[in-house]
Structures are given as C-alpha cells and as structure tokens.
Design a binder for this molecule. Structure first.
Ligand SMILES: Cc1ncc(COP(=O)(O)O)c(C=O)c1O
Length: 433
C-alpha cells in the first residue's frame, strides 16, 4: 500500500458524517477531515471516500499494531457470536479479566504486581491519585509538572497544566507545579522546606516523556532527583504511562529508561483499556473504596489487550520500536539539513517530534500533510508529533519523510495559506484547542 489521495479532503461521504457529528456532538467538534472505513493494512488506512492515508498519529498513540492486524482480527472474531460483550466486570467476572491481569503484570516490574481496570486514561490516572491519597491522612496538595497532560476528569485535570482552555472555570483539587527541567529537584526541596511539609503532599505525578506538552524527554538528573526526594519522604510517586507506555518508547514503560520504579502508574491508549498498576499492598483494602461498573468487563477490549501484549512479545515489537526509532530520528536529522525550518528533533523510540518556526507553520504543515496522505499530530507550541504504529517499516518511514519534505517546501513559503473546506479543520479554525 502507499498513501494516495483521490478526492478533495474531506471527500463528500466523509463530509456528510462529519456534518452530523459536528451538529449533534456535545464536545468541541471534529479535528480531522476524514472518516475511517473498515479497510486498511498495517500503517495505512482508507477513509470512506477511498483515500489511502499513511498513519503517523496512530489515533494518538492508541493503535499499536495498525489496521487489520491478523492476530487482532481473529481475536475479535472469537466474540462475534455472543452478546453482551460488556459486563459490570468488577462484580460480575469474565475470564478475560483474569487473562489481562496476568498478561499485563507479566510486563510490569516485579513489585508492581496488581492492576485495576477502568474505562480511560483519565480514570487510570484518577485512581493512581486516589490510591496514593488514601494513606496520606495529612495531605493537602498534589504535585505535577509544567505543561503536563494527565486527562480531563476533574482530579486528573487538576494535575494537567497544558492549555488554559482545558481548565477554564473547572474546580481543581489543590496542586503545586514543578518546572520540567533540571531545577525541579531543587525547587521541590525548597517547596518542602518553606511551603508545604512533606507529609502534606499526597503524590507527585510525572510523564516520563511528556505527551501533549511537547514530547519533551526529562533529563536523567531531573527524574532521579524527584524520585530520590519522594522516596526520602514517603511521598507516593506516580508515573503517567497513558501515552508513553506499552512499548511506545522502546521499553515497555517510559520510566524504565530512567532506571527508577514508581509506586503506582497508569496505562491506557495502546493497552485498549485503562489500568492503574501498583503493588497489591498499595491498593485500598476496604470493599467499595474504588470501583467501576465497566472496569474489567469489556470482553473484546480485554481480549485485544491480551493479544496485543502477546503479539508484541512474539514479534519482538520492542526491538522494532528501538531500531525504527533510531532510523526515524536519522531521517528527521537528514530532513532538517534540507528543510532548515525543522528544528529541535527529540523523543524516544517511536514517540518523536520536531518543531517548526511557528504555530501557524506547524498547523499549515499538518493540514498540508493530510492533503498529501500523511496523518500527523501537533504537540506543545509548535511541535509536530510522529507516532506511527509500532510495526512500522523502513520504507514507510521513508515515504512519510518524503511527504513531509514536499509538504514543508509547499507550506513554509512566505504568505502561504490553505484554502477551501480543509480550513475548517485542525488549525485553520484553531481557537478551539
Ligand atoms: C499522558 C496522558 N495521560 C492521560 C491522558 C488521558 O487519557 P484519556 O483521553 O483516555 O482519558 C492522556 C491522553 O491523551 C495522556 O496523554
């Protein structure tokens, strides 16, 4: 397969669906000008207008094995003759609940030996916060980092410091914020000395590769300092692995790059289900203290999670992520030599980003790439994320870089402006983000 655009974007069939969703959907709207069809293979998918796109967004890092992977298809097929496929799974068990617990805990560090399933990344974070708070009777505040994104439920949102629009007029749990750089440890020490006593801190939460905030990799010193201080004072240390976890960075969990272990961590996206993971002793014992109706009961999601991990192990996907991540970085470096607009190349594994000179240039390039059949995502102020499925091959990376080069040359000319209906998407209509 290759990327091939045969209609205007959006095509007429996609436009009809988008129109309905825009009219009736209670949320913000629709960012991307296509509607998925059932067709696709590997890193490519077709929209319902028969356009073929090369996917370097993986549905925000939540589609690790790409489109129509045979293992995932045959897993889903097993459930085609039964209903319901969704149970109130914390109380009414299905065997897939046990299978995913076993499979997930086979790839976590030894002492992180229990998991609690929920519906989303935000809920996974929320439960990390709650189980951390549970034993901190004097705690008054939590601590997160500048530009962090931890989700949109009110607890998780309180830890988010990404865009003001995400928080406007929403109440927050009390939080303090640390800089996302090597001064973080010193700032935390000062905070604990002058501002809030260590026993007043309920948790510290950190992305070990910051996602929406700009695909920033923290320094080893920053992570080590924070981990050491948290341990010294018994402050629960939470890793948010919703975006960076499940092999995306070339290790199962991004915190493993820093040779530290959290007290609890969240997973979701590529796992296909939300999970809060910790030592069994770290979870509350009282019945009903945490629960969720659908948690542990979405049979297909649970089975797909099991199969995803099994396939990743069998196909040695982590080693592909490491090799292709290095190749992608080299290709980006070569691209920056041809297109000087490309700067600040960063990331780990297949979680990479670069900057363009301005937010406008970034948005123009994302839209231009779509017109040329490549799906990208933005991050931070002027960053472009490259997050392909973990099964990506060299020739697909080369194709993506060729499209990027062509697009940057088209879109970074002075006074460049996209025209037509495409302007109603991503950032030509940017105020919403
Ligand atoms: C690091 C991180 N944490 C939490 C979330 C929230 O996940 P969800 O959108 O599934 O609630 C996200 C989503 O992008 C994320 O990137």
């Amino acid at each position: 397969m290759k990327a091939k655009i045969i209609t205007k974007i959006p095509g007429t069939k996609s436009e009809k669906v988008i129109h309905t969703v825009r009219k009736l959907n209670g949320g913000w709207g629709v960012s991307y000008p296509f509607v998925h069809s059932k067709d696709g293979k590997g890193c490519y998918f077709k929209d319902i207008d028969e356009n073929t796109f090369l996917d370097f967004a993986s549905q925000i890092a939540s589609n690790p094995l790409g489109y129509n992977h045979p293992d995932i298809k045959s897993t889903i097929k097993q459930y085609s003759s039964r209903a319901p496929v969704k149970f109130a799974g914390q109380d009414f068990l299905v065997k897939e609940h046990a299978l995913l617990l076993e499979e997930l805990l086979s790839i976590t560090p030894h002492h992180l030996n229990a998991a609690f399933f929920v519906n989303s990344g935000a809920e996974a974070v929320e439960n990390c916060l709650k189980i951390s708070m549970r034993n901190r009777k004097k705690a008054k505040v939590g601590i997160s980092f500048e530009s962090a994104f931890h989700g949109r439920t009110l607890g998780a949102l309180s830890c988010t410091n990404s865009k003001t629009i995400q928080k406007k007029n929403f109440f927050s749990i009390p939080m303090k914020r640390l800089p996302f750089d090597e001064s973080a440890g010193d700032v935390l020490q000062q905070m604990l000395k002058h501002d809030v006593a260590p026993e007043g801190v309920a948790f510290i939460i950190l992305e070990h590769l910051q996602g929406e905030g700009g695909y920033r990799v923290p320094s080893k010193k920053m992570v080590k300092d924070i981990r050491v201080i948290a341990k010294q004072h018994n402050i629960p240390y939470i890793a948010d692995e919703v975006q960076a976890g499940m092999g995306r960075t070339g290790e199962w969990w991004a915190f493993q790059h820093f040779k530290i272990q959290p007290d609890t961590f969240s997973s979701a996206k590529a796992l296909g289900i939300g999970a809060t993971i910790a030592n069994k002793k770290f979870f509350p014992k009282e019945p009903g203290s945490i629960c969720s109706t659908w948690g542990g009961g979405q049979i297909i999601d649970l089975a797909v999670g099991v199969q995803t991990i099994k396939t990743m192990k069998r196909k040695r996907i982590l080693s592909n992520v490491q090799r292709m991540g290095v190749f992608l970085e080299k290709e980006l470096q070569a691209l920056s030599a041809i297109c000087p607009q490309v700067s600040n190349i960063r990331g780990l594994g297949l979680m990479r980003a670069f900057d363009l000179p301005s937010k406008k240039a970034r948005e123009d390039v994302i839209i231009g790439a779509l017109k040329n059949g490549l799906v990208l995502l933005g991050c931070g102020d002027k960053g472009v994320r490259l997050v392909p499925p973990l099964i990506i091959k060299r020739e697909e990376i080369i194709e993506a870089i060729d499209i990027l080069e062509k697009t940057i040359k088209e879109c970074c000319k002075p006074k460049f402006k996209h025209t037509g209906k495409i302007c109603q998407y991503t950032a030509c209509s940017e105020d919403g983000t």
